[in-house]
Ligand binder design. Structure first.
Ligand code: SF4
Length: 265
């Protein structure tokens, strides 16, 4: 049903009282497009300081998944879904010693791959995917791991998160892969809130200063894994405790800002 039209004020006589009620019209602001931006309780200076402190703690952060080339990185990241990095490393040491290229992986075959990774959760499906992605790499990409997200996500078992990790770690493209730790930190600190990993990724990409983007993924993962832990954040050990606006925070005093020793997996 069409909305009734308002009378045109220009056509009404001066004595017509309805002319005196333009206030019934909707305020102009209502017609503005709704900005989807979520207001976060941090100033740009505070965000810069958070990442500066992370950079002092871990000047050269590294991923903890062992790999020897882009292919083994793709396989390791694909195997890491719902598994710990150390659990994946234990299995892939033997696997990659035998098969570090898609051709060798195909030659090894699904049964042997399944056997070698059976300590990892969902190993049956993952073995299928490792063989399928190896086949696709050989058939469609000349045995090379592609460099773009669009191509990477066509590989079986490779989603946006895996593609982002591979682009960043293998090819040096600054991206932000959102895993469980990054997702939790974005929401817990209310610094990059979102209901889905894609929303959190977009929110983080909007605020992370350019000079910190390349390492941000690892800083956030390591901060989540070792300090801002899922069950109970260790705020007394946290270097951003004075800036953090999390309702779960238990301490306001930041830990000493020093470079941490190298990571041990
Ligand atoms: S202060 Fe606590 S809640 Fe905030 S980032 Fe640090 S560990 Fe996490």
């Amino acid at each position: 049903m069409q909305k009734p039209k308002s009378p045109d004020p220009a056509k009404l006589s001066p004595g017509d009282k309805t002319v005196a009620k333009p206030a019934r019209a909707k305020p102009a602001t209502v017609r503005k497009p709704q900005a989807r931006r979520v207001k976060i309780p941090y100033s740009p200076e505070e965000i810069h300081e958070i990442f500066r402190r992370f950079s002092v703690q871990r000047p050269e952060p590294k991923g903890e998944l062992e790999h020897v080339n882009p292919f083994t990185l793709v396989v390791a990241v694909a195997l890491s879904a719902q598994a710990t990095d150390s659990g994946v490393n234990k299995a892939t040491r033997a696997l990659f010693a035998i098969a570090d290229t898609p051709e060798k992986m195909l030659a090894l075959g699904e049964d042997r791959v399944r056997d070698l990774i059976k300590t990892i959760g969902l190993y049956r499906n993952k073995a299928k995917n490792v063989i399928a992605l190896s086949r696709k790499l050989v058939e469609d990409f000349g045995g090379e791991v592609p460099r773009t997200r669009e191509e990477l996500v066509t590989l079986p078992g490779v989603g946006r998160k895996t593609a982002n990790v591979v682009m960043s770690m293998a090819f040096g493209v600054p991206t932000l892969a959102v895993d469980t730790h990054v997702f939790r930190i974005g929401n817990r600190l209310r610094i990059a809130p979102g209901k889905t990993p894609d929303e959190v990724e977009a929110a983080f990409l909007k605020i992370i200063p350019d000079e910190y983007l390349f390492h941000a993924h690892h800083w956030l993962i390591l901060h989540g894994r070792y300090c801002c832990k899922a069950r109970k954040p260790e705020c007394e050990r946290c270097v951003i405790a004075d800036i953090c606006k999390s309702p779960e925070k238990t301490c306001d005093v930041p830990a000493a800002l020093v470079e941490l020793p190298g990571q041990v997996v």
